[in-house]
Write a protein that binds this ligand. Structure first.
Ligand code: ZN
Length: 466
């Protein structure tokens, strides 16, 4: 037999009699083997930590009770039992039995420890800040069931939280984060406007390009139904890159993510604020690189009049390829030659010619579609769709070849990656998943916080005066 004993002593040095002693004892077979031993150590350690956690509150309560007064000297306080409260923390669930007081004069109940336990703040669900942070970290990256399991393992208490609790807490913390951001953005925004007005004369423009990479992602919003809602994601970055690894891969050095499921204006305003902070307006050139979502060109015109819109080449090329697959369902030489011709027209800046050719093909096929020809009808619709896409993104269809030779980024995996990082992994790609608007917004808020390296700053414990 082994006896393992854990002793912790909490002592208030101002009053040496004010001591809280904790003993956790466990007996076990001599050597249980590596795996069991690891589990036993965690079990015992966490039990001791929970006791210590509670002990601190009780020691604090004693100090409070020594000097506690209700309203004034005429109040007559008497102790009237203890009431337990369960707090969910990073060391598991703990039960704190709080001393309750009754004022005989005022006929009022008082629980001095409530303030220390954070029970006066609403919306925390009796979970500590540390636990809520941990929950959000787990819950914004994987399915709620998996997050719930992780939290159980981390806290050495499998039922520390439920899947539903994870869901609710992520939603609540995400919208709390958005509210905090809204305030910050509003302040920064008005400051920026003021700075721009005061800057006279304009300073010398900074060399280099500022990229604003924008992506729209559709997320299913109800189970089974055909309802979708669009998440919008932007990544703002400069040209600076640093090498990673040995294969010549490059990483963006300086970047900010912005995400939102709210209307375009709310999103655009945020993108504008972060772009300003990263030098929009003082940079020589700004390129808005987009995936062709219908709101991007007008967002560029309204918020970034000094910027240039570029329709991402990968997206354009893919759209052209998809169109011809629908126009010529059979794999054929005709399909390939049409694709190659339109692709090179677009790459080399002959967009008017490309549109003329597409329009002709569209009219030709439309004539056949009149005679109840489903393949022709499908081809006609696909071509009309491509023509609409080109029309909506017209200013963004540039002379790609020339732009690339001039050293500009005309296509970027950043476009799609930004979206994937913020929403898709959780929301888009999980088939059958559906999200309420608040859920999507909350998860993308937390994901963006993480990607922008603002996580620790946001979650750091609040400072209190010593
Ligand atoms: Zn009183």
């Amino acid at each position: 037999m082994w006896t393992i004993q854990f002793s912790v002593r909490l002592q208030n040095d101002e009053d040496p009699d004010d001591v809280f002693e904790i003993d956790v004892t466990e007996y076990m077979d001599e050597w249980p083997g590596l795996e069991r031993w690891e589990g036993d150590v965690r079990d015992l350690g966490f039990r001791a930590m929970r006791e210590m956690f509670v002990g601190g509150f009780l020691l604090r309560e004693r100090a409070l009770l020594r000097t506690w007064t209700h309203l004034d000297g005429d109040c007559r306080l008497v102790r009237r039992g203890r009431i337990p409260v369960t707090l969910t923390s990073t060391v598991g669930k703990v039960r704190v039995a709080r001393q309750r007081l009754f004022c005989k004069r005022c006929k009022e109940w008082i629980t001095p420890l409530n303030e220390e336990l954070g029970l006066h703040q609403t919306g925390n669900g009796r979970a500590t800040r540390g636990f809520r942070e941990m929950l959000c970290l787990c819950g914004s990256k994987q399915p709620y069931r998996q997050a719930q399991h992780m939290l159980g393992m981390i806290t050495q208490e499998p039922k520390v939280t439920s899947m539903k609790q994870v869901h609710l807490t992520v939603g609540r913390e995400g919208s709390r984060l958005r509210t905090a951001e809204d305030e910050k953005y509003a302040t920064v925004s008005s400051q920026l406007v003021k700075d721009v007005q005061d800057r006279n004369p304009l300073s010398e423009p900074i060399e280099g390009v500022l990229y604003i990479v924008v992506d729209g992602i559709w997320v299913r919003s109800y189970p089974g139904g055909g309802r979708w809602r669009e998440g919008k994601v932007a990544r703002i970055c400069t040209e600076e890159r640093e090498a990673v690894g040995r294969k010549g891969r490059q990483r963006v050095v300086d970047s900010r993510y912005v995400s939102s499921f709210k209307p375009v204006d709310v999103f655009s305003e945020r993108v504008w604020v972060d772009a300003m902070r990263m030098g929009y307006g003082s940079r020589k050139q700004t390129i808005v690189l987009g995936d062709g979502a219908r709101w991007i060109p007008s967002m560029r015109r309204r918020y970034f009049p000094k910027g240039v819109y570029v329709l991402d080449w990968f997206h354009l090329r893919r759209k052209v390829a998809q169109t011809f697959r629908r126009v010529f369902p059979e794999k054929s030489r005709r399909r390939v030659s049409w694709y190659l011709e339109i692709r090179s027209d677009l790459w080399e800046g002959r967009k008017e010619e490309a549109v003329d050719k597409l329009q002709q093909l569209h009219d030709e096929i439309s004539a056949k579609a009149c005679m109840k020809n489903p393949i022709a009808a499908q081809g006609r619709d696909a071509l009309a769709d491509l023509l609409g896409y080109l029309d909506n993104n017209w200013e963004g269809v540039i002379d790609y070849g020339r732009w690339r030779d001039a050293g500009h980024m005309v296509a970027s995996s950043l476009v799609e990656k930004a979206g994937d990082l913020v929403v898709a992994k959780r929301q888009k790609k999980r088939q059958g998943m559906h999200w309420g608007r608040d859920g999507s917004e909350a998860v993308s808020a937390l994901r963006t916080l993480w990607l922008n390296d603002d996580w620790e700053e946001y979650w750091k414990p609040s400072q209190r005066a010593a």
